[in-house]
Design a protein around this ligand. Structure first.
Ligand SMILES: Nc1ncnc2c1ncn2[C@@H]1O[C@H](COP(=O)(O)OP(=O)(O)OP(=O)(O)O)[C@@H](O)[C@H]1O
Ligand SMILES: [Mg+2]
Length: 303
């Protein structure tokens, strides 16, 4: 090596060759291909993590492609893991049912349904589902992009400005418009299901289509018992009735109220609009996200 390279590069190269040698030839002669590949992966893993020693534990490898970085959520119905693609280095989220529910046919079918819905949704403000995998123990799993913190996490750390509340609401309305246009009601618009990559809230990603319904259907048809986040679900959803897009508008109204409660100032026009969105009588709310968006733009223009 010439120029700016380290003076001991020749020694580093020699040690690298020695390491490759030991990876190919073990104490019993030539190693098997699978053993060699496993050792290479573990070294690559340690290098990626900038660790100066190899981990003694076997890393958890999913679908022979992803290594587990951490468990991030263990809920009643779902587990979320942060994983890394072993070859590309990209970060992803994997959502599956808890191991204890591996044999539960309803839980498995609901996750597959969520995966099918996710694969059919493509929008800049909707968390993308990239594939539906099958884990070694048979559980289905959704492969998603790793997005970042949820709005619930974010609000526990810092207050929002009113400008951010508007920005968030616009992004969420864009995601809900795409959802309603697809013939779906999301049914779980709540801070834990809104993910924010980085600091810019306008990049919000709507996630968790786990209890989404085709317009005009009810949760009872899918054996989903307690559906939704209680503080945000519409009265008709709570009553188990069939749902229209206006049910999501109710949740949006509750969410705007909640955001303003976590903002560093109030905004009378937006508060009033939130009240209109979350009217008990579904007929008095905007019918869907597109009409709610038109009302929001009027409020923004006025104030
Ligand atoms: N793609 C993702 N990137 C980053 N974090 C994610 C992602 N998907 C989910 N999470 C994290 O996992 C949490 C739970 O995910 P999700 O809402 O999809 O599960 P859930 O169906 O509500 O689970 P349960 O009902 O069992 O609590 C989210 O609040 C978020 O913190
Ligand atoms: Mg959720």
């Amino acid at each position: 090596m010439t120029g700016s390279g380290p003076k001991d590069f020749a020694e580093i190269a020699a040690r690298y060759s020695a390491m490759m040698q030991v990876l190919c030839d073990g104490p019993q002669g030539r190693r098997r291909e699978d053993e060699r590949r496993m050792l290479v992966d573990r070294i690559r893993d340690a290098l990626d993590r900038r660790e100066n020693r190899l981990n003694d534990d076997d890393p958890v490898i999913i679908a022979n492609t992803f290594s587990l970085e951490m468990f991030t959520h263990r809920g009643k119905r779902s587990e979320i893991w942060q994983v890394r693609h072993r070859d590309l280095g990209t970060s992803h989220a994997i959502k599956s049912v808890p191991a204890a529910m591996a044999d539960d046919p309803i839980a498995g079918a609901l996750l597959l349904r969520e995966g099918t819905i996710g694969l059919g949704m493509r929008h800049g403000n909707i968390a993308p589902t990239r594939a539906v995998l099958r884990l070694a123990d048979g559980r289905p799993a959704l492969l998603m992009d790793w997005i970042g913190k949820s709005l619930a996490d974010r609000l526990s750390l810092q207050a929002l400005s009113v400008r951010e509340v508007y920005s968030l609401t616009l992004a969420l309305l864009a995601a809900l418009t795409a959802t309603h246009d697809q013939g779906l009601v999301h049914c779980d618009v709540a801070p834990g299901n809104l993910l924010i990559p980085g600091e810019d809230v306008s990049q919000l990603q709507l996630a968790d289509f786990g209890i989404a319904l085709e317009i005009g259907h009810s949760h009872a048809e899918f054996e989903i018992a307690h559906a939704g986040s209680p503080a945000f679900v519409s009265p008709e959803q709570q009553a188990g009735r069939s749902l229209m897009p206006s049910s999501d508008i109710y949740s949006l109204g509750r969410l705007i109220d909640y955001l303003l409660d976590h903002a560093n100032e109030d905004a009378a026009g937006l508060r009033a609009l939130a009240g209109q969105f979350s009217k008990e009588d579904a007929g008095k709310r905007p019918a869907d996200a597109r009409s709610a968006g038109a009302l929001l733009k009027k409020v923004m223009a006025a104030g």
